[in-house]
Design a protein around this ligand. Sequence first.
Ligand code: HEM
Length: 528
Amino acid sequence: PMPMKPGAPLDKGGAPHQTTKDGYEAMTTQQGVPVRDDQNHLKAGTPGPMLMDDFHFREKMFHFDHERIPERVVHARGYAAHGFFELTDSLEEFTSAKVLTETGKKVPLFTRFSTVAGNKGSPDLARDVRGFAVKFYTDEGNWDLVGNNIPVFFIQDAMKFPDLIHSAKAEPDRGFPQAQTAHDNFWDFISLSPEAMHMVMWIMSDRTIPRSLRFMEGFGVHTFRLINSKGKSSFVKFHWKPKMGMQSVVWNEAVKINGADPDFHRRDLWNAIEMGDFPEWELGVQIFDDAFADKFAFDVRDATKLIPEEEIPVRIIGRMVLDRRVDNFFAETEQVAFCTGNVVPGIGFSDDPLLQGRNFSYLDTQIKRLGGPNFTHIPINAPKCPMRTFQQDGHMAMKNPVGRANYEPNSWGTKDGGPREDPDNGYQHFAEPIDGKKEALRPESFADHYSQARQFYISQTEVEQAHMGDALVFELSKVEKAEIRERMVAHLVNIDKGLADTVAEGLGIKTPMAMKAARPTMQDLPAS
Ligand code: HEM
């Protein structure tokens, strides 16, 4: 039989006895044995106790019992499609990566969109961040750009990620709310984490809930590195810009749509691709050097900050088209495994303390989620270029080393000796000079939490600002504990006094004094 494609139907054809009289393919067990009765299990007497002889029943039930795998610990609800990337403008000056230097070539890719906080069955139009994860199957291996639809993040250091997500998901005693930011734990954590204020402004804005995934922007968020063939490094931020422009729904629309059709976004993407109306995005980059990074008002390694496009314009370098739906949701959309650590020669990391933590977390979680160390053998995760390693065995090993050698150095030669490291073309980490102490400190350069939040707020139109005020009043009015509401408004004073007054009025409280401490505790709450 042909090797199975992801989601491909079970083997076709076969021996004559595998076709029924009326022309259907005969159902078989997993061993290929034709099945006579798929309606009734084998019994001793009628009806009598079940007989262990019924291997078909046992196999069918055992397999059903094991259908579930853990959902993703975040971004559980997602929807994906296949497509291609075509580079139109080479970045040869900055990177040796073929995917960013070979113009005109179509690189296959797989893109998964998601919400973050809700479980797998939660509604599509929650007030939440959207994931925008792209796996490029390049000739030099898989490159994953695992981004979001908001260019900044809630926290600066990966150490806080489990706390952020615990606070955003269902509360542990009551097991709700599902897919909503409107609850005490979320706002408690946020109000004690001033670094979150910039992202909170985006989340409360009209940009948050896309009308359709096809009208959504994407951002790599972190500053990454590009490294050229001479070993010179530049910094880069990645952007996806939807060809059809950006459009959102407002909260009242989202609430109605979620009630009527919680699958609204996935249905829209499926239908568009089925109709041949293929969604398209431009890939843009902001490239800058150490000199810019040194003089920029914020630390380029701080994921709660963006680099204004007025300072470094976005250069469009290519396009992504999603032109093929999945054949099977589980095999592809569920089993796909993205990781920020998946980079190709010519692309590298910055010392962003969030990015560094992500590089560990994705691989770690996927070993559990996908049942062991061989999930790169699943077709959706396997590179489309050769994969040759001496890694072997483990559960579900499909691609063990071929031949005698499974170690190196060895002296078996090019015929039997297996793969060798490639000093000329192999991945080389950027040799960044390091000078410092080993300590768990947050740099001073990460300390300004309000300026970009303010810039975002004042960049909005009056109507959009009013919606942000409404959103904050709605969300915070669901918070039961008064101190949390008040503490949030104390932060808003630092962002925009008018916004703070509006929200305070909506909540029926007096505007408190501005939040003072960088890391406030309950005791730091100013008296109102
Ligand atoms: C998914 C961890 C920050 C975007 C995930 C998953 C984990 C995780 C464990 C589930 C992966 C899986 O089961 O396959 C973290 C940690 C973060 C972090 C530890 C911070 C320290 C971010 C940021 C972004 C992001 C800043 C956006 C730039 C995504 C996306 C997915 C995801 C898009 C879904 C991938 C998919 O569609 O399968 N993250 N994350 N995450 N994360 Fe993060």
